[in-house]
Design a protein around this ligand. Structure first.
Ligand code: SF4
Ligand code: SF4
Length: 154
C-alpha cells in the first residue's frame, strides 16, 4: 500500500510543475498575507508614538518636531503590532523581505516640507491661543483679587 502511495506521489510530481521558483533569476512571488516589511505614509503620521510604545523590539523611534519616523529593519520581527495599533492607519505590512546587509542600519522617513510647515504653523497658533488664554485667566484672577480687596476695605 505504501509503495502504491509513493508511486502515486512520484508520478504526480513527475508531471507537475516544480514548487520552487528560479529566484533570484526571476522575481520572488509572495503570498497575499506575507509579513515582509513595514512601510509608512509619513505625511499621514501624527507622531502619537503609539507604534513606538507597542513595538516589542523597541525598533521604532519618532521625532514629532522634525517629523521623522525611524526603523531598524534588522530588529523588526514583522509582528504587525504597529500596523494594528496606528490610529491613522499610515503603517502597512508590505510583501518583500529586508535586503541583507553587513550593517544593522536604521532607515529614517521625513515628512514633506509642506506638511512640516503646516504643522509648525498649527503649533504656533496653538501656542498663541494658549498664551492668550493664560493671560486672560491671569487678568481675571487679578481683577477678582482687586475686587475682593475693595470689598474688604468697605
Ligand atoms: S512589525 Fe512588530 S517588531 Fe516590527 S516595527 Fe512593527 S511592532 Fe515593531
Ligand atoms: S502610530 Fe501611526 S500615527 Fe502614531 S506615530 Fe506611529 S506611525 Fe505615526
Amino acid at each position: 500500500m505504501a509503495v502504491m502511495t509513493f508511486a502515486g506521489a512520484a508520478l504526480k510530481n513527475f508531471f507537475s510543475k516544480p514548487v520552487t521558483t528560479k529566484y533570484p533569476a526571476e522575481p520572488a512571488e509572495y503570498k497575499e498575507r506575507t509579513r515582509g516589511h513595514i512601510e509608512i505614509s509619513i505625511d499621514d503620521c501624527i507622531g502619537c508614538g503609539m507604534c513606538t510604545r507597542c513595538c516589542p523590539c523597541g525598533t521604532l523611534s519618532i521625532d514629532k518636531i522634525k517629523g521623522t519616523w525611524t526603523i531598524n529593519r534588522f530588529d523588526c520581527i514583522a509582528c504587525g503590532f504597529c500596523v494594528e495599533k496606528c490610529p491613522k492607519k499610515c503603517l502597512t505590512m508590505v510583501a518583500g523581505y529586508q535586503t541583507p546587509d553587513g550593517e544593522k542600519e536604521t532607515v529614517t522617513y521625513t515628512k514633506s516640507p509642506e506638511v512640516l510647515e503646516a504643522e509648525a504653523k498649527q503649533r504656533e497658533e496653538m501656542a498663541k491661543k494658549a498664551a492668550e488664554a493664560k493671560k486672560a485667566a491671569e487678568a481675571k484672577k487679578a481683577a477678582e483679587a482687586a475686587k475682593a480687596a475693595e470689598e474688604k476695605k468697605d
